[in-house]
Design a protein around this ligand. Structure first.
Ligand code: PSU
Ligand code: MN
Length: 305
């Protein structure tokens, strides 16, 4: 068994990577566990088109038929978006899903692993996992944070979801040695909202400056991820004070139902979708597209540097 048996980039992506062209990785848990059908497949297609419109190549990542697939055809994407019992794969699950031939979607952590194996340096998502509220008793801290500390991929996200404990998430990222850079703002964005009330550790205002940071880390042998926190466009945000009540209600529902482990994030996202009458989904789609565009610009600047 060799790596080539387990990882399958499309021809387009294989050629692009060999030629040093800009490629942007995309996760698939957002498709299978983050959004309802058919919005999930429509969003995945739109986000891929957004990346192409900027001049980069999208690579949506998932596990299918015993392989890590780098880039999905339209049929695969549609199949994944409707499939039942898809495994949500984080680091703990990726090899298991491949070895057992299961269909799996990749979280931020597993997408970073796959991107590194494939040779992709920039990755766009919605929001990263982090330290959950009440983690001091539940110990629920997303493997995304450890992955950011160890895998050299630049992750573009709209900050951490406000359903997490954002100050604790920032503390863990600092401990793991992950630079957190807000894009075009001094404040850390909070996914659905442009503001969190917390100052971002760093701020950069252009894709070129971000690419320069990535190159500098490469040369210094600084092996780990970088988190770019890109605020949702102002016109699409749901303000923080408005989101707070919905988040508290959704977490209360999860606690009452005894939801735990990897089911927490999908459950809470679904509850918030209902509580906001679908408005959270509109915001979610807008921020993923916004992150995809920035990730494409960073990948282009990095490929040219
Ligand atoms: N953001 C979304 N929807 C999602 C997620 C993020 O809008 O479904 C997913 C990402 O894949 C992220 C994961 O990596 O949730 C975190 O899950 P956990 O907390 O179980 O590690
Ligand atoms: Mn968790």
């Amino acid at each position: 068994m060799s790596l080539a048996d387990l990882i399958a980039p499309t021809d387009e992506i294989r050629t692009a990577l060999a030629e040093g062209k800009p490629v942007v990785a995309l996760e698939s848990t957002i498709i299978t566990h983050g959004m309802p059908f058919p919005d999930n497949v429509k969003t995945a297609q739109t986000v891929e088109a957004d990346i192409r419109a900027q001049g980069a190549i999208p690579a949506t990542i998932a596990v299918m038929s015993g392989k890590i697939r780098i880039g999905l055809s339209e049929e695969d994407l549609t199949r994944l978006a409707q499939a039942k019992n898809v495994m949500k794969c984080s680091r703990a699950d990726l090899a298991f899903a491949v070895a057992s031939g299961k269909t799996g979607s990749t979280t931020v952590a597993a997408t970073m692993m796959a991107a590194q194996l494939a040779g992709i340096s920039v990755f766009a998502t919605g929001g990263i996992g982090g330290v959950h509220k009440g983690a001091e008793t539940s110990f629920d801290i997303s493997a995304d944070l450890d992955e950011l500390g160890r895998t050299p991929v630049c992750v573009v996200a709209a900050g951490a979801k406000a359903l997490l404990d954002i100050p604790k998430t920032l503390e863990v990222l600092e401990t793991r040695g992950v630079p957190v850079v807000a894009y075009g703002t001094s404040e850390l964005p909070a996914f659905w909202s442009t503001t969190s009330g917390l100052k971002a550790p760093y701020r950069l205002d252009s894709a070129n400056e971000i690419a320069n940071l990535l190159k500098t880390r490469d040369v210094l042998g600084d092996h780990g991820g970088v988190l770019i926190a890109n605020p949702v466009p102002k016109e699409n945000e749901i303000p923080q004070d408005e989101m707070k009540a919905h988040i508290d209600a959704a977490i209360a529902q999860a606690n009452a139902k005894g939801i735990s482990g990897k089911d927490v994030t999908p459950f809470v996202l679904g509850a918030i979708l209902d509580l906001t009458n679908g408005r959270s989904l509109v915001t979610n789609i807008a921020l993923v597209r916004n992150n995809a565009r920035l990730a494409a610009q960073i990948a282009i600047a990095y490929a040219n540097s």
